[in-house]
Design a protein around this ligand. Structure first.
Ligand SMILES: [Zn+2]
Ligand SMILES: [Zn+2]
Length: 358
């Protein structure tokens, strides 16, 4: 059971910054581990730390930008931080292991006892997914913020952020970041600010929401690829599509698994919009009621102004700099630093444990 839920994948076809909105997979996994540790849910903490270690040790190596090198002081610091984070995770796993073995023995004994009494053992998770609570007002409040764009036939997107407690996620904050939009696409333009906003408040990215101003309510091929990154980061992540001019006017979606996740993660079609022949109609589905629960609950809406500092830095000339004749902007640098830190920590582990398999 542990090994199945410990699998981690990184989408190696995407550039570093495009990989993730609002944090790296590793950061999100560590956040979850910390929450489970504070709740003394050691088995889930173990799963998260396993996923983190696997991600660090194996998957990031496959990233084409893995080999980035720099001796900038900032990057050196990031390297050290990465080393420490990874070794702490591995140490903690060693501590947790005996606790878990004991716990599983207890559970197994309890289950045997239950069967003896002819009871049916039921898992509280639905399809292995943890519950995600969605505030009832979210869609209406998002549409209200998106109104001007929708009127001008421009898409709007927002990021769903929230918390994990007692093995369930709750969306607490809707962030509408700075973005560029057309009638059939939108993309965030300042992931760095968004990431900092989430990090300082310990928020986890739980999915995203966007409008189709004139189109119907469906997941375009661009949407499928965007959502694949979210769902790789967090299997419970959702995509909400709002199509106010059509009926149905809203949908809560996730990629099927299988075949949706595998097909999209493996798709290398460079066209923005493209078909996925042979799989149309099977790639995504409405999120199940056991997975997403619409409920009354507070919602903090943060529209766009969380950014802003970036342009100022850019004006002052510190937001972008020249590397080998190419202008590199800050978010790209940040992502590269994060990845580099992880890469370095992997190298350290390899050094300590002998050569890695090719
Ligand atoms: Zn769309
Ligand atoms: Zn594709």
């Amino acid at each position: 059971m542990l090994s199945k839920r410990s699998e981690v994948q990184v989408d190696v076809t995407r550039p570093i910054r495009g990989d993730i909105v609002g944090g790296s997979s590793a950061d999100i996994i560590l956040k979850q581990a910390r929450i489970y540790a504070s709740e003394r849910n050691f088995s889930m903490e173990y799963v998260m730390l396993m996923r983190y270690s696997l991600l660090a040790v194996s998957e990031l190596k496959k990233h084409p930008e893995f080999g980035l090198k720099s001796s900038e002081p900032d990057i050196m610091r990031m390297r050290e931080a990465g080393d420490i984070a990874c070794s702490i995770a591995l140490d903690r796993l060693e501590v947790l292991k005996p606790l878990l073995v004991k716990r599983f023995e207890q559970l197994e004994a309890a289950q045997l006892e239950k069967r003896r009494h002819a009871d049916v053992f039921e898992d509280s998770r639905v399809d292995g997914l943890r519950v995600l609570n969605l505030p009832r007002t979210l869609m209406a409040r998002f549409l209200e913020k998106a109104k001007a764009n929708t009127r001008n036939n421009l898409e709007t997107c927002g990021i769903l952020c929230g918390r994990l407690a007692k093995n369930a996620f709750t969306i607490t904050t809707l962030v509408i970041p700075k973005q560029k939009a057309t009638s059939d696409s939108c993309s965030t333009t300042n992931e760095e600010e968004l990431f900092e906003f989430q990090d300082t408040r310990d928020l986890i990215t739980l999915g995203w929401i966007h409008t189709h101003p004139t189109q119907s309510c469906f997941m375009s091929s661009v949407d499928l690829h965007t959502h694949c990154s979210y769902q790789l980061m967090l299997p419970e992540a959702i995509a909400i599509v709002m199509a106010p001019s059509r009926s149905p006017s809203q949908g809560i979606f996730r990629l099927t698994d299988p075949p949706g996740m595998d097909v999209i993660a493996a798709c290398r079609n460079p066209q923005m919009f493209h078909p996925h022949d042979g799989f149309e109609g099977q790639l995504y589905e409405s999120a199940g009621e056991g997975h997403v629960r619409v409920a009354d609950g507070p919602l903090d809406v943060r529209a766009s102004r969380i950014v802003g500092g970036y342009e100022e830095r850019l004006r002052k000339g510190v937001g972008a700099f020249n590397l080998d004749g190419k202008m590199i902007d800050m978010p790209v640098v940040k992502w590269a630093q994060r990845l580099l830190a992880k890469a370095e920590s992997i190298a350290e582990i390899d050094k300590a444990s002998g050569p890695a398999s090719p």
